[in-house]
Write a protein that binds this ligand. Structure first.
Ligand SMILES: Nc1nc2c(ncn2[C@@H]2O[C@H](COP(=O)(O)OP(=O)(O)OP(=O)(O)O)[C@@H](O)[C@H]2O)c(=O)[nH]1
Length: 218
């Protein structure tokens, strides 16, 4: 089932516990214009490549089942603002909303790779909420190898240096390649949440221990 939600709506979907059956996540797609953000989203949701997508910013809600578990996904297919500085290309609202980010460039368009590099830095520098948010970088339009402007190794190296996942794929050619991208971001979101739960657990233990020893010292 796919439901279109207005981008302005704040999702209440945040809770996920390793022991619960229901998994929920907000995924934000960023990148320059014309790189295939909508094509990747629509391919994942419908298995189809329809060619033209228009300039509509949307959040899609999608319920799916993987490994017997129900997954509730919200996918924000963003528009790259045409008339703004790169420093304003991601809003705090988007980062606050997202549990994971997919950054897309076209392997045929070097400037779109540069946009991704800038956007990774913006996200990693935003210490308030997103310095450790899971990110996957996707080099799209892999079917257009003869027009390649960004070598695969360059994308891979950059992703590794920025602690991001990396895929090259073609929304036009493959559904399974696109599926891998979305499954990987979901796995990273799960890992990140498990890590946070662990940190909170450790903090709780430290608090209790210091409370006990603190009292003894008084
Ligand atoms: N050859 C090829 N074309 C693609 C691929 N993915 C998308 N396109 C084409 O690239 C153009 C832009 O695709 P969109 O999905 O609209 O790109 P977008 O990043 O959402 O663009 P904006 O809405 O402007 O931000 C369309 O003409 C698509 O058909 C791909 O994997 N291969």
């Amino acid at each position: 089932m796919i439901v279109l939600v207005k981008p302005s709506s704040q999702s209440s979907i945040k809770a996920m516990d390793g022991n619960q059956q229901k998994v929920e996540a907000n995924i934000l797609l960023l990148g320059a214009e014309n790189v295939g953000k909508s094509a990747l989203t629509v391919r994942f949701l419908t298995r189809r490549f329809i060619g033209e997508y228009g300039d509509i910013e949307s959040i899609y809600s999608h319920i799916d089942k993987t490994d017997g578990r129900e997954i509730s996904l919200n996918i924000w297919d963003s528009l790259y603002p045409q008339s703004c500085e790169s420093t304003e290309s991601i809003s705090d609202r988007q980062l606050h909303w997202a549990d994971g980010v997919i950054l897309v460039y076209s392997i045929c368009d070097r400037s779109s790779f540069q946009v991704v590099q800038q956007q990774v830095q913006l996200i990693r520098q935003n210490r308030k909420m997103s310095s450790s948010i899971p990110i996957i970088i996707v080099g799209n339009k892999r079917d257009l190898l003869h027009q390649r402007a960004v070598p695969s190794e360059e994308g891979q190296l950059f992703a590794r240096s920025a602690d991001c996942g990396f895929f090259e794929t073609s929304a036009a050619e493959t559904y399974h390649g696109v599926l891998l991208v979305f499954h990987e971001i979901l796995d990273l979101i799960k890992e990140s949440r498990a890590l946070k739960r662990g940190m909170i657990g450790i903090k709780g233990i430290v608090k209790s221990v210091s409370a006990v020893f603190g009292k003894k010292r008084e």
